[in-house]
Design a protein around this ligand. Structure first.
Ligand code: TPP
Ligand code: MG
Length: 332
């Protein structure tokens, strides 16, 4: 868990630098500060389980154990990337670790996870599907259609709300009526709120119970994890308004999930200072190697620009990559 949390932190820090230097086109959305929520949820899943993400989703495949090189190459648009460089930061999928895809449409990937859950039920293959989405997405209609349908059919789906308390510059409490987790009751399923989303074990325990239920055929669950993003909404984006109270931010930075878990591992005698530092150094090396892998990978040849792309009238340009592939995989 600690290794994967550090991988996410260092990978996203490097990606942030690279995007500011123009080495990654567009922008990237980091999960810095949210690592416990990401890793706790991903590690509660089994190797063959599915998950879908949103625009903030490099951390999800890393949390599920994916190697860093092909992910970094994808951000840069290289042919060695997980989507051969055509997905980029916002639309990558990584089937090797069950990541069916991200969507740049807020809330867009929730129905994909429901579809994957339906495929598991039809095929009776024991796989569960977990949809990651934000507090902003929690107010999209897609979620309620997904909760209802998966509740009626008792699908093995986990709805995982990453409540980092902001959607861009909008504080969640100004646009959210009631408690997100409590909405599950309206669909006849359990809703759990993990107040300390900076504690990787607390997240792991809550999601593990939802996974157990789903696998046992007891149906879906909604898990809301309260967390905080330390960086801007997306790297290089200056929103021009001071929408976050700096004292509030400092409070959450003081609850850094990686620092907290390091102390816990040392307290339990699983690591000592030396081995904890060694772990940090190993991960930094992995990130350097991921960048070297990316540098060595060529850009895709223009002749393959339209290979591996599938379109459907219901998809916009945003969902070209991840979601469409995901639907195909679910149908298969
Ligand atoms: C349907 C839709 N509406 C608006 C946007 C613009 N947008 C991109 S990210 C974002 C905020 C999403 O917030 P949240 O769901 O809480 O996720 P977070 O960025 O906090 O992880 C918005 C409004 C979009 N991409 N898609
Ligand atoms: Mg949010």
């Amino acid at each position: 868990m600690q290794r994967r949390m550090i991988r996410i932190r260092r990978f996203d820090e490097r990606a942030s630098k690279m995007v500011k230097r123009g080495q990654i086109p567009g922008t990237v959305h980091t999960s810095i500060g949210q690592e416990a929520q990401v890793v706790g949820a991903c590690m509660a899943l089994g190797e063959h389980d599915y998950m879908t993400g949103n625009h903030r989703s490099h951390g999800h495949p890393i949390g599920k154990g994916a190697p860093l090189g092909p992910l970094m190459a994808e951000l840069v648009g290289k042919s060695g990337g997980v989507c051969k460089g055509k997905g980029g930061s916002l639309h990558l999928s990584n089937f090797e670790v069950g990541s069916l895809g991200e969507s740049g449409i807020v809330g867009g990937s929730i129905p994909i996870a429901v579809g994957a859950g339906l495929s598991s039920k039809v095929l009776d293959n024991g796989r569960v599907a977990l949809a990651f989405f934000g507090d902003g997405a929690a107010n999209q209609g897609n979620l309620y259609e997904g909760l209802n349908m998966s509740g009626v059919w008792k699908l093995p789906v986990i709805f995982l709300c990453e409540n980092n308390q902001y959607a861009l510059s909008t504080p969640a409490h100004t646009v959210t009526s009631g408690v997100i987790a409590d909405r599950a009751a309206g669909f006849g399923m359990p809703g759990v709120r993990v107040e300390n989303g900076q504690d990787v074990l607390a997240v792991y325990d809550a999601v593990s119970e939802a996974v157990r239920r789903a696998r046992a055929g007891e149906g879906p669950s909604l898990v809301e994890v309260v967390t905080y993003r330390y960086n801007e909404h997306s790297e290089g984006l200056k929103l021009g308004v001071d929408y976050r109270n700096q004292d509030e931010k400092a409070e959450w930075v003081a609850k850094d999930p990686i620092v907290l878990f390091r102390a816990e591992l040392i307290r339990r005698g699983i690591l000592d200072d030396e081995s904890a530092d060694a772990l940090e150094a190993e991960v930094l090396k992995e990130v350097d190697e991921a960048v070297a892998f990316t540098d060595a990978s060529p850009y895709p040849d223009p002749s393959v620009a339209f290979d591996d792309l599938y379109t459907d009238s219901i998809f916009t340009h945003h969902t070209f990559n991840g979601s469409t592939f995901a639907t195909l995989e679910a149908v298969r």
